[in-house]
Write a protein that binds this ligand. Structure first.
Ligand SMILES: [Zn+2]
Length: 138
């Protein structure tokens, strides 16, 4: 999903939370929008290229080599942040916005992009890459 819908939803969450939590509600923009930075991290690690414009072109294009793995979108990361969010208001705001972000991504991947959901779990992604490599080596 593009960054604009994520930004708009995150800004709405931040605005709704602002009367209660003040400037901490700005963390909704981090959890709901800036968290897509992990796409860039994947691109840099996989392609050894720091150019953000190349990364944007890669994710906008249809020539992707493999499914993108996004650490901050995984159920394992979300579970960790959710547990920690019970002891911290800033982390609660971050994790609330992150959960909504990932639900939007899952809905987009499943209903619109018709792509697999393996990128949302470290375990499932690892198994799918292992199976793809072992099938290729037969
Ligand atoms: Zn995302």
């Amino acid at each position: 999903m593009d960054g604009i819908p994520h930004f708009m939803v995150s800004a709405a969450i931040a605005t709704a939370l602002f009367p209660v939590y003040g400037w901490w509600s700005g963390l909704a923009l981090v959890g709901g929008w800036a968290v897509d930075f992990d796409h860039y991290m994947f691109y840099v690690l996989f392609f050894r290229d720091l150019d953000p414009l190349n990364a944007l072109r890669y994710f906008k294009g249809t020539d992707r080599i493999m499914p993108t793995f996004c650490l901050f979108h995984t159920v394992e990361f979300i579970a960790l942040v959710t547990v920690v969010s019970f002891i911290s208001i800033p982390l609660f705001i971050f994790s609330l916005s992150l959960v909504i972000h990932v639900f939007l991504d899952i809905f987009y991947d499943w209903r619109i992009a018709k792509s697999g959901l393996e990128r949302f779990s470290v375990l499932v992604y690892g198994i799918s890459i292992f199976l793809a490599v072992s099938r290729k080596n037969r």
